[in-house]
Design a protein around this ligand. Structure first.
Ligand code: ZN
Length: 430
């Protein structure tokens, strides 16, 4: 969406009514490099290409237009005022322009930050590695200097990934590569050839302990060795983690996560995210905020309501001999790892991704993502049905978050059973 930001003498409207409160003086203003610049005509300039972030600034006189090129982070405000005066801009114009650009989310601060960000700025090699991530953060952390602060904050976070198969090991590596400071991986057994995945466990690790191999992959993916928190040997329990991600290698644990497994996470108030691949279907979500959004127990209860055979089916799926091979092709596994990492990072960065209260699912061969709402269930002991939680529940059918592609919502797709219903076959309402 394009919004006229306005020049010195025009009204000034903010995107979506979002008023950005500046936290302090901007030391070295810099137009956000993440947004491309283009002149729509002689007096209006557009920042950004895509509708999600594009803004139009204008009308601008020639001097102000030329002045924008000076906002590259190399000059402080006093020097910018001098330059503005030399270019014939009236007194106060530079400050007003800088403030307006900052309020519209177009301006970053090349130096202003907290202590964590300052430490990160001193690491040139790390910044070079993370520059695309920083640019991406600058689009959502709109205040000047906020993107660097969030990137620095990631370094102090502890995340645990449970499961080191094709999805889990890749996901853990992605989080470490994106700057999360401590990524612990838990799993049992030894690496099998089928666990190997680009971005995850390497072929050389076959035969090694899965958890150790995955932790080594995580270290390799990290841009540097982050400052170690004072982690004592006994501090590996759930309360110490900002987020736990459950990425089981077993399909039934992906599709029908056992409430007993996540009960300790609910009890300790630990946010957790489910992700995995089962029978060629990728699953991301729900992101569970204990006591607020629906959990594995809610999901189980809701399915039992819909299908009285559900508990019997789950019992059979669990009781069989463990499958040696899951239908979990590399492309879907990598897609799930990537999307789950993106949801996890969004949450860790302070947002509420759409997996809170929903499961995103994608299946071969059409690869259309669907969101299946997961609502708090009154019979679930997680107490997510409490008052005041409505804003975190899943989008209703047809809601804005229903699908990523604007396709038909998953619920109606699965229930209409539009697939061939001949020869006594029908699509299960699962
Ligand atoms: Zn629940």
């Amino acid at each position: 969406m394009l919004v006229l930001v306005g020049g010195p003498d025009t009204g000034f409207r903010r995107r979506n009514g979002d008023v950005l409160r500046l936290r302090g003086p901007i030391m070295h203003p810099m137009m956000k490099p993440a947004l491309r610049r283009g002149w729509r005509d002689l007096t209006t300039v557009q920042f950004g290409m895509v509708p999600a972030h594009a803004l139009v600034l204008g009308p601008l006189d020639n001097a102000t237009g030329g002045f924008l090129t000076l906002l590259d982070g190399t000059r402080g405000l006093p020097l910018l005022r001098d330059e503005g005066r030399r270019m014939g801009l009236p007194d106060g114009h530079v400050d007003a322009l800088v403030e307006r650009l900052a309020e519209s989310g177009l301006l970053d601060d090349a130096t202003g930050d907290g202590p964590g960000a300052a430490a990160l700025r001193g690491k040139d090699a790390v910044i070079e590695r993370l520059r695309p991530d920083l640019a991406s953060l600058s689009l959502v952390a709109r205040a000047p200097g906020a993107a660097m602060e969030r990137l620095a904050a990631r370094r102090s976070l502890r995340v645990q990934v449970r499961g080191a198969g094709r999805v889990g090991a890749t996901l853990a590596s992605l989080l470490a590569g994106a700057g999360v400071g401590a990524v612990d991986v838990r799993d049992g057994g030894r690496v099998e050839p089928s666990d190997v995945a680009p971005g995850g466990l390497p072929a050389e690790s076959v035969g090694e302990r899965r958890d150790l191999a995955a932790r080594r992959a995580v270290r390799r993916a990290a841009p540097d060795r982050p400052p170690r928190a004072s982690a004592s040997p006994g501090a590996r329990d759930e309360p110490g983690f900002s987020l736990v991600i459950l990425a089981p290698r077993t399909g039934v644990d992906v599709y029908a996560p056992a409430p007993a497994v996540t009960a300790p996470l609910i009890a300790s108030g630990t946010p957790h995210l489910h992700a995995g691949v089962v029978e060629g279907t990728g699953v991301v979500g729900p992101l569970v905020l204990p006591g607020t959004t629906a959990c594995a127990g809610c999901l189980d209860q809701e399915r039992s309501d819909r299908d009285e055979c559900w508990p019997r089916m789950v019992a059979q799926w669990r009781s069989g001999r463990p499958r040696r091979t899951e239908a979990c092709d590399l492309a879907v596994a990598s897609t799930v790892a990537g999307l789950a990492a993106a949801h996890a990072l969004a949450f860790l960065d302070g947002a509420l991704p759409s997996s809170a209260g929903a499961r995103w699912e994608v299946s071969t061969p059409d690869f259309v993502w669907h969101a299946r709402p997961v609502r708090p269930h009154p019979a679930c002991p997680c107490a997510a049905t409490g008052e005041g939680n409505e804003e975190h529940t899943a989008p209703e059918d047809g809601g804005p978050h229903e699908t990523m592609t604007g396709q038909q919502p998953a619920t109606s797709v699965s229930r209409t059973a539009h697939a061939a219903q001949r020869s006594g076959t029908w699509r299960a309402h699962v």
